[in-house]
Design a binder for this molecule. Structure first.
Ligand code: SAH
Length: 347
């Protein structure tokens, strides 16, 4: 008879773990202990669970596996940024990045292998294989980066951004389950205020998040506030008109009271005109938000070229004139292809 694969223990909840021990003639609190090992202490092996007897660890091993990730390659940039190639239990690979600044350490995590969307300027979109990450695979990236932060920078991880590979709102259930474990009392207990989910903008899902009363921050990859331009660089946006997107953001703000970050890239000949700037101002005026201008990281695609400083400055000036807060994000880790939009499993 073929042996059936063991169940990933992190796919079941605490109640089911307690029930498992009861069924096996043990005390239910054993389930709580195991749960703690899995989600608070980040154990990757049953043998790590030192407050369980050998026979209990063997019992677990007969029934379950722990599908943990492995970091198979780590690269360090000149600026201190660390990029991890992360192997999943089925040998697929995603990337996650640690970004240190003098005051904080940010983990940039992936939510999918590849991406469901097709932004023309993003390296991840060119990858063929695609699957959603499980909650534990997202959680493990955070644990691994927290460990690296302590090892290399002597401090705990302070922030998390869902800006790695994938569109988090196309894997909503698992992303939320992971954030639950990252922020939960029975998890890593990180503050949701230090987590930012970045999305290309799926109105229905932004509304759902607002209804679910999530406590983390929202960033939108806008890049153009003119529908035709946006659709030409982010083709899936054909299904999501900008006015619908704007309404969903307004709904988010009504429900959560939290300001939205608009991420914005500026390219030569694509969105560097006066009409592009004016459209952004009009869009941004309609929701409490701040604009974050990101530097474009080239990905062997000649069509997209970072606009010069004058074009960036023109955006900054018109935004400031209209009292819209604007920041420019420096590119980090670009020497090791760890910067925004460069994650493509090159290694
Ligand atoms: N799918 C999500 C999160 C991943 S992308 C989203 O779209 O928001 C994270 C950010 O990097 C997005 O703002 C995205 O537009 C931006 N980005 C993509 N490709 C880039 C590139 N080549 N250079 C700089 N930023 C890029």
């Amino acid at each position: 008879m073929p042996i059936s694969p063991k169940k990933d223990i992190r796919s079941i909840d605490q109640q089911a773990l307690r029930a498992f021990f009861v069924e096996n003639g043990e005390k239910p609190f054993r389930g709580d202990q195991v749960f703690e090992w899995l989600w608070q202490k980040g154990a990757h092996h049953f043998d790590d669970m030192t407050n369980l007897s050998l026979s209990l660890r063997q019992l677990l091993d007969q029934h379950f596996s722990i599908n943990h990730i492995a970091i198979n390659r780590m690269q360090r940039s000149k600026d201190g940024t660390i990029k991890n190639a992360v192997t999943l239990h089925d040998d697929l690979i995603v990337e996650s990045v640690l970004i240190p600044t003098p005051k904080r350490t940010t983990a940039c995590v992936s939510s999918q292998v590849g991406c469901s969307l097709n932004c023309e300027f993003c390296a991840t979109a060119k990858l063929k294989r695609m699957r959603n990450l499980n909650p534990d695979e997202i959680f493990d990236q955070v644990v691994a980066i927290d460990q690296q932060s302590q090892e290399y920078y002597g401090r705990k991880l302070s922030n998390i951004v869902f800006m790695g590979m994938g569109e988090p709102l196309m894997n909503y259930k698992n992303v939320i389950a992971a954030i639950d474990k990252i922020t939960g009392e029975k998890g890593l207990q990180m503050s949701p205020r230090r987590i930012t989910l970045s999305t290309s903008g799926i109105p229905k899902m932004i509304r759902k998040m607002a209804d679910d009363e999530v406590k983390f921050n929202l960033a939108l990859s806008l890049h153009s506030a003119i529908q035709e331009v946006r659709e030409s660089i982010m083709p899936f946006c054909g299904n999501f008109p900008l006015d619908e997107l704007l309404e969903s953001l307004q709904y988010w703000y009504e429900k959560t009271g939290r300001m939205i970050t608009l991420e914005y890239l500026i390219w030569k000949g694509i969105n560097d005109r006066e009409v592009d700037r004016q459209a952004l101002v009009n869009f941004a005026k309609q929701i409490p938000c701040k604009v974050n201008i990101i530097t474009y990281n080239a990905i062997d695609e000649e069509y997209f070229v970072q606009a010069g400083w004058a074009a960036v400055k023109a955006y900054i000036d018109v935004l400031e004139k209209n009292r819209i807060s604007v920041t420019v994000r420096r590119s980090r880790g670009d020497d090791i292809d760890a910067a925004c939009g460069q994650l493509a499993n090159k290694s």
